[in-house]
Design a protein around this ligand. Structure first.
Ligand SMILES: Cc1ncc(COP(=O)(O)O)c(C=O)c1O
Length: 447
């Protein structure tokens, strides 16, 4: 018998409504959708969240893949942070030295794929980790152009927004952003410009994308010798949890190596165990030149980002790039412990993957309005469509499902135009997973 998820009848929204109203009065408009998700989080405990009305929810959103160790964080991370709190927090890590950031850099270098020597730049967020990567590739290669993928999300500052191409609302009215970025189609097996079924014909899909880069970009737009790097997510996150065919990255890397173009792997959302590997790119057996991280890196406690790069690409002189908070001692200790905990959790993620794969595949076969089910590890999505044949996105039904699920005690987030992502904290057990899936199926049936 599964434990009941507790929602106090009729209470969802009473105290919450007051905070939501005040929020919209005093806090800048960002990405909240009060129509769909009126959740005011008071506190968290493991995989559970409690709102200000005292309702309890199972979390399948992990704070957009930040709270991967649950709430408020893993006990081992909390203990390490508490100890560090009384020792040293900010230590001007980009001007002076501290052992904590060195230990973290050494750890990141040791877990990153590839044998070549590497170094780390510390930042405070995903977008900032990608900004550093942009500077590194331009100064190291002397080339100016960058290739990124349609559907990508790499951040919202003026460099990374030039790479981001998942929704026009992100870019609306903000032009001009950093020039020199060329977007190409991502090998989305379900939805691509050529109408190829990428699950049945993965090679054809991969070839089309690579041909596009060679025949359209390199032949008609810019010579490959002027392209510094390709930025990519190993699995597109905000774009809809899109998993490319296995052979895509090895084939892409071959093409890039031919022209001396660097591969930047944005693991901000998919890295650090989310897919069952420490880095999602490991599923594809490819070694990128640069990796960006953020989100889950410090166990959901302290903002931190990191850019891990080949040592020979390092900034040529001090002062070319820096920041204030990079190498923060408290964040570094939190991150170090977080990585150790994730290393222990990887088997749990792999163990739970089949439950998600089988359940979501079954739903895709059963429900006419679930067009696609995809994912790896504990990074899953279902795509809500009008019907299987037209594949027309149905954001309105998606919204209803999210809201239904919330009312039943399950926290979820959308992604892409009409997908729902299932990204529980990596500490969930089978029972939690089954409760969440059961609630979600009820929410789907009612929508
Ligand atoms: C893949 C990816 N890169 C970069 C970012 C930007 O990170 P941040 O919001 O910390 O700037 C995100 C955020 O969702 C992301 O998913």
């Amino acid at each position: 018998m599964l434990p009941e998820v507790k929602i106090i009848p009729g209470s969802l929204g009473s105290k919450s409504r007051i905070w939501i109203e005040k929020h919209h009065k005093y806090v800048a408009t960002t990405t909240h959708d009060p129509e769909h998700l009126p959740l005011v989080i008071d506190r968290g405990e493991g995989v559970w969240l409690f709102d200000v009305d005292g309702n309890r929810y199972l979390d399948f959103s992990s704070g957009i893949s930040v709270n991967n160790l649950g709430y408020p964080s893993h006990p081992e991370v909390l203990k390490a942070v508490e100890e560090q709190l009384h020792r040293l927090g900010h230590a001007a890590g980009t001007d002076f030295y501290n052992p904590y950031q060195v230990m973290l850099a050494e750890k990141l270098v040791s877990i990153a794929p590839g044998e070549k020597e590497k170094k780390v730049f510390f930042a405070n967020s995903g977008t900032e980790a990608n900004e550093a990567a942009l500077k590194i590739v331009r100064q190291a290669t002397g080339r100016k152009f960058i290739i990124a993928f349609l559907g990508a999300f790499h951040g919202r500052t003026y460099g990374s927004i030039a790479l981001t191409a998942s929704k026009t609302v992100h870019r609306k009215t903000f032009f001009p952003w950093m020039p020199g970025v060329i977007h190409v189609p991502y090998p989305n097996p379900y939805r691509n410009p050529w109408g190829i079924n990428g699950y049945e014909n993965p090679e054809e899909l991969v070839n089309r994308v690579l041909e596009y880069i060679e025949e359209y970009v390199f032949d008609k737009l810019v010579p490959p010798e002027e392209v510094a790097a390709v930025f990519t997510e190993p699995i597109q996150g905000e774009g809809g949890y899109v998993v490319p065919p296995k052979q895509f990255f090895p084939e892409l890397k071959k093409l890039l190596d031919k022209y001396g173009i660097l591969l930047v792997d944005d693991e901000v959302q998919m890295g650090l165990g989310r897919t069952g590997e420490m880095f999602a790119i490991n599923h594809f057996k490819v070694v990128p030149d640069i990796i960006s991280l953020a989100k889950a890196l410090s166990g959901g406690l302290i903002p931190i980002g990191a850019t891990i790069f080949r040592a020979d690409l390092d900034f040529k002189e001090p002062g070319m790039h820096s920041n204030t908070f990079g190498g923060n001692a408290l964040a570094s200790i939190a991150a170090l412990k977080t990585i150790e905990v994730i290393e222990k959790l990887l088997p749990n993620i792999k163990k739970l993957e089949p439950l998600f794969r089988e359940t979501l595949t079954e739903w895709r076969n059963k429900y006419e309005f679930i067009g696609d089910a995809r994912g790896l590890g504990l990074a899953w999505a279902i795509e809500i469509v009008k019907d299987k044949k037209s594949k027309k996105p149905d954001p309105s039904r998606r919204g209803k499902i999210l809201r239904n699920a919330l009312n039943k005690g399950l926290v979820l987030l959308g992604c892409g135009k009409s997908a729902i992502r299932l990204i529980p904290p990596l500490i969930i057990d089978e029972e939690h997973a089954k409760i969440g899936l059961e609630i979600l199926e009820k929410a789907i049936r009612e929508a």
